[in-house]
Ligand binder design. Sequence first.
Ligand SMILES: [Fe+2]
Length: 306
Amino acid sequence: MQIITSIPKALCMPRAGHFSLDDNDAYQYWRDEKLSAYPANTADLIVQIENPFALTRVEKKAIIALCRKTNMLIYRFKKPVHDPADKTQLKKLGEQLGLYRLDSNLCADNDSITSLRVGPAGRQHTYIPYSNHRLSWHTDGYYNARDRQIKGMLLHCVNAAAKGGVNALLDPEIAYIHLREHNPDYIYALMHPQAMTIPANVVQGKLVRNAQSGPVFSVAGDGHLHMRYSARTRNIEWRENETSLAARNYLTAFLNSDSEYIFRHRLEPAEGLLCNNVLHNRSAFEDEGEPRLLYRARYFDRVQAA
Ligand SMILES: [Fe+2]
């Protein structure tokens, strides 16, 4: 195995445990557990919820188990009991799963939950999430500062588009395994503190956000893997390095493949994605009549048994 010597290992890598490249036994044990009985279909990710204000023990157990396995699930509120446009139910649902600390990003509503719809004007208009264009693979908040990384995310559908608006979803731990299995050097490259830099956001000459450099993969203090990624080709600066480029290309090919690990789902009204900020994209869509409306809540917490 060829090791990149230009990257100080201690800076990037955990010294022990399954995410350490020096602990292959731990990695292999974790990998085998992870891939064993991994859900094969999107239908396996669906959890029916009777009442989002008061999860039953069975519902909560199913949610936590799925999040441990795949880092994501799709919930479906029982209809017609609950109004899909009620944001309170989303906050309450999150709180029962350890999701408390909401990120108030630039375009969030007053309650810190963002309404994603095609916007007529204003700042939102310049961002792709507020258009009906295709949205490329990313994890949420990849441009956030190191201490404000998004760990959990909830995406709730109020109205679906007439056509399109399908999400593809991939567990970052599966992406990690895919890369490490092919070449462990790719993990070194993507754990480099300057692996991916988002240039400063300047709007009309005013600095909105500083440039943010950081790794693609990092291991949080609680031992969980965190992924920071955007497939956008504009406004992203990647570390100039042969191995980094090869790692990126290998990841890109995986994301654009028809891998059985990539789930695809179009959220319907009263459905939502609840996840530990998994990789996702969105196909283009067309509205007719009532426009597509999704609520998005981003958290500094992971989904956990609260
Ligand atoms: Fe997103």
